[in-house]
Design a protein around this ligand. Structure first.
Ligand code: COI
Length: 355
């Protein structure tokens, strides 16, 4: 990729946190990547000191939410090198989201090069304790100043980096999930598959209700029959039934998770059968109650694999696997994180060395 990226270095460095004090998404590194789309092309790619934007109050993203983003991670390996996880998959998904939201695509090599150079500039921010990583947030927003319902002609694309600890404060241990009965996250023909902010905003009402009842996560059902499991808020979902993995199929309403895809490939490689099938919540609850559904877990970039220990459905709570981490989740977690952190040989060529 021969596009050159200008580097304007930040002299005043922020204080870096100790790994043990890291939470998720609260602190950002010294630099960011930025480029501007105008006159039909991406212009002036550059790495600049991390800074706020100045935005006109009529900027179109602020009114009609024409925005997309990605979630990615880089990990420090035992030899000190830093590796992203499957960055070309994110480049591809960003372009799928861009297409759905009438936004310009980004050359995939430029996407990966921009992030790689940014990580190299801020590499001393990459944490290396277990459970930590460098979270990468590429984002594209409509930046034209106008009020009116049409796609913007100008966009910002930027990337910020956050040294992070576990997404859930208790790390790899069972969480509790609330099945949304009142609202839906996405509808057929809508934008559910795109990684766009509106899909996440749509989850807030039910998520708040769930949290107020003591459930950190929501399980979303389909919008037509209100009984087929779709995903968690910002994460895909899997169940272990009679020793095999079941996950809802991608059908336009569910995020095309890269962790989802990786777990399916890892499980198959480990000899665990994987089914992509519509899953009726009533059947899942029956199978949890009779013990044939022995595990449930969320999978996503931010949260990796998160076992589900309790599910609240129609005013009743059901315990999964006695609220313990199951063997399948443990095995897949060890494999996935082992590959990401360079502790297990990467037979799949998923890790991408940047520094
Ligand atoms: C991610 O997994 O990277 C996401 O964007 C999900 C979000 C809930 C943090």
């Amino acid at each position: 990729m021969d596009i050159s990226i200008l580097l304007c270095k930040e002299e005043a460095k922020k204080e870096k946190p100790e790994d043990s004090k890291l939470s998720f998404g609260k602190m950002f590194t010294d630099h960011m990547f930025f480029m501007h789309y105008r006159e039909g092309k991406w212009q002036d790619p550059r790495i600049i000191p991390y800074q706020p934007f100045e935005m006109d109050p009529a900027c179109s993203v602020l009114h009609y939410s024409q925005e997309i983003f990605e979630g990615m991670k880089a990990f420090q390996h035992p030899d000190g090198s830093i590796h992203m996880f499957r960055p070309y998959e994110n480049a591809e998904r960003m372009n799928l989201s861009a297409d759905r939201m009438c936004m310009p695509k980004i050359n995939k090599d430029l996407f990966v090069k921009a992030i790689s150079e940014l990580i190299r500039v801020d590499k001393e921010w990459a944490p290396n304790s277990p459970g930590t990583s460098l979270y990468i947030r590429p984002t594209m927003i409509a930046s034209e100043t106008f009020i009116g319902l049409r796609p913007s002609n100008e966009f910002y694309f930027y990337v910020i980096l956050a040294p992070v600890g576990p997404f859930f404060k208790d790390g790899f241990s069972p969480t509790q999930a609330f099945v949304a009965a009142e609202n839906v996250r996405a509808t057929p023909g809508g934008t559910g598959e795109a990684k766009t902010g509106g899909n996440y905003a749509a989850t807030l009402y039910e998520s708040k209700k769930a949290r107020d009842l003591g459930y950190p996560m929501v399980i979303w059902l389909d919008s037509i029959e209100r009984r087929y499991v779709e995903e968690g808020s910002g994460m895909n979902i899997m169940f272990v039934i009679d020793g095999e993995i079941y996950t809802p199929p991608l059908g336009g309403t569910i995020l095309r998770g890269i962790t989802r895809k990786s777990i399916m490939e890892l499980a198959t490689n480990l000899g665990i059968k994987v089914h992509e099938e519509r899953l009726d919540i009533n059947t899942i609850i029956e199978k949890i109650s009779d013990g044939s559904c022995s595990e449930a877990f969320f999978v996503g970039t931010a949260a990796s694999i998160t076992p589900i220990g309790k599910i609240y459905f129609k005013e009743k709570e059901y315990e999964v696997n006695s609220n313990e981490v199951g063997d399948v989740a443990q095995q897949l977690y060890d494999e996935l994180v082992g590959i990401q952190t360079g502790k297990i040989k990467d037979e799949f060529s998923w890790t991408y060395k940047v520094a």
